[in-house]
Design a protein around this ligand. Structure first.
Ligand code: BTN
Length: 316
């Protein structure tokens, strides 16, 4: 695995801040003085930004930022530059996350890939990961008992739904266990893996796919993208930044203890006729509740209640 170097991300972040604050142009002398760097180094960083897709033109004795791409490069997340690892292409962000978690990477390390060759969905499905979407895995080291690890997934889906509602005024709802739907179409899915050592969680990796500017409908007719819903391209950096901030704040506080009742306010599953498909079996009935363990309580046709811990849910 080849982890891109991170040392100059902070400088790039600062150069971009100066260029944005000086839309007509920032002189080379000003950039070098502000950042305490020499001219050759400044020019090298600007060249690398240009190669990364930023349209930065010479202007007077300096540079002007004309256009920026929406790629979620580490330097686009000031304060997180050293914990975000960005790749153009991977097999799956889950693979790299597992390897990095095993090597001791810090809590809230984020692995992002523009494209995944073998993106994974739940229940051994493929997650189609064409360019334009957001595909990332967060390595978490929560102080939770393994039996409570599901709280992380419920928190991630709840806070992603909240961010989507607030940023775009979308009626984003959670479908059990952790899909985000808008107008009954799937906008986002989540997958998690955990590592346990001596009865303690050593990591929980939560992988999130969001259809943003990609068009998933050719391969997944029941899916939708933000671009389709909103009729315009969406800046993936802003969406990811809002989500990471909200989610991190939520899981570092005491919110996790009470996550299921909060999640229930954002779900569309409870009260619905559903079909639950697991790897081995399928069940039908009315979704009556989600219990403290994150299991779905299903009322079957004969009135009996069963608890389903893991599965895929189809609303009737
Ligand atoms: C599902 O709804 O079935 C879960 C989809 C999870 C997709 C994300 S994309 C980032 C991460 N890497 C993967 O290979 N899968 C998850």
């Amino acid at each position: 695995m080849n982890i891109p170097e991170t040392s100059n991300h902070k400088i790039k972040s600062k150069i971009l801040r100066i260029l944005r604050q000086n839309p007509k142009a920032a002189t080379e002398a000003f950039i070098c003085k502000e950042l305490q760097i020499d001219l050759e180094f400044a020019r090298k960083q600007i060249l690398e930004l240009q190669e990364a897709g930023y349209e930065i033109q010479p202007a007077g004795n300096g540079f002007q930022l004309i256009h920026e791409p929406d790629n979620p490069y580490p330097w686009e997340f000031p304060g997180r530059e050293s914990t975000i690892h960005y790749f153009k292409e991977l097999s799956s962000t889950m693979d790299v996350a597992r390897e990095m978690a095993g090597k001791g990477c810090p809590d809230f390390t984020v692995i992002i890939s523009e494209f995944q060759r073998t993106g994974r969905g739940r229940l051994q499905r493929t997650w189609h990961s064409d360019a334009g979407g957001l595909y990332f895995t967060i390595v978490l080291r929560p102080r939770l008992a393994p039996i409570h690890s599901h709280r992380i997934n419920f928190a991630a889906s709840l806070f992603l739904a909240k961010v989507l509602q607030q940023m775009f005024h979308l009626d984003a709802k959670v479908k059990w266990p952790n899909d985000i739907l808008v107008n009954n179409l799937k906008l986002s899915g989540m997958l998690s893996e955990m590592g346990v050592e001596a009865d303690k969680l050593s990591y929980v990796n939560i992988g999130i796919g969001i259809n943003v500017n990609n068009d998933p409908t050719g391969k997944e007719p029941n899916a939708v993208s933000l671009k389709k819903l909103l009729g315009t391209r969406i800046d993936r950096r802003k969406l990811l930044s809002s989500f990471l901030d909200r989610f991190q704040a939520a899981i570092s506080g005491s919110l996790l203890e009470n996550i299921i009742p909060q999640w229930k306010q954002y779900t569309m599953t409870i009260g619905r006729q559903v079909k639950i498909v697991t790897i081995k079996e399928s069940y039908e009935g009315i979704a009556r509740d989600v219990n403290e363990n994150g299991a779905l309580i299903l009322e079957q046709k004969d009135g009996s209640l069963i608890e389903v811990i893991y599965g895929d849910c189809f609303h009737g």
